[in-house]
Write a protein that binds this ligand. Structure first.
Ligand SMILES: CC(C)(COP(=O)(O)OP(=O)(O)OC[C@H]1O[C@@H](n2cnc3c(N)ncnc32)[C@H](O)[C@@H]1OP(=O)(O)O)[C@@H](O)C(=O)NCCC(=O)NCCS
Length: 177
């Protein structure tokens, strides 16, 4: 719980989460190049975005998502360390071929459990675009509840601002899937 957050290998039901490292840059660049990912997680330069995620700041931990030996996505956890506001946030993206198979909830549940049990958090947030109905459904399956709309929260690839949906999950609310 103490000390900066640092990714460690984690196993979900079907996903393996491996701490992101330099050798994962090509696989992560492929994730960020996927058009279905770019719609919700725009990266002007996928290789630069990948490099940024294998050398995260001290308040972030990043994993590659592996399924059946192939890297199919990225998931990260970031911590607010101010003691009176302490909580963590999660972001993730899976390539098109890995979507719609329940792998996203598996990965989120795995990181959320680690944040509660190992990092000692009591609250986790996630903030999909309000229009990203699949993401909202996926996170609700894990136990996240909608808090409310954050108006004009995120700029989309079309250059305009879009609403986000703040969702949160408290310790004890994590679903089994
Ligand atoms: C969002 C994401 C993480 C969800 O993970 P996933 O493994 O694909 O999610 P699931 O397979 O559990 O599907 C979630 C739910 O959405 C539903 N769904 C599937 N495709 C959908 C679609 N195109 N539109 C709306 N809902 C859809 C599924 O039916 C499922 O609900 P159900 O289990 O009640 O039937 C993943 O799809 C993804 O990475 N997408 C691209 C990038 C992205 O959007 N990242 C999130 C940024 S916050």
């Amino acid at each position: 719980m103490s000390g900066p957050i640092q990714a460690e290998p984690l196993a979900g039901t079907r996903v393996r989460l491996i701490p992101a490292a330099v050798e994962h840059v090509p696989a992560l660049a492929a994730v960020f190049s996927d058009a279905t990912v770019g719609r919700w997680w725009p990266a002007a330069d996928p290789v630069a975005e990948a490099r940024d995620h294998v050398e995260p700041e001290a308040d972030r931990a990043v994993w590659v998502v592996e399924v059946d030996g192939a890297i199919v996505g990225i998931i990260q956890a970031s911590e607010e360390t101010e003691p009176d506001y302490r909580h963590a946030g999660i972001d993730l993206a899976l390539v098109a071929a890995a979507q719609g198979r329940g792998l996203g909830p598996d990965a989120v549940r795995t990181v959320a459990r680690w944040l509660f049990e190992v990092r000692g958090h009591h609250r986790i947030t996630i903030d999909p675009a309000a229009a990203n109905t699949r993401a909202v459904r996926a996170y609700a399956k894990v136990g996240f509840r909608p808090v409310g709309a954050m108006r004009e929260y995120v700029r989309g690839p079309d250059g305009t601002w879009h609403d986000g949906l703040l969702m949160d999950l408290l310790r004890g609310e994590l679903g089994d899937g």
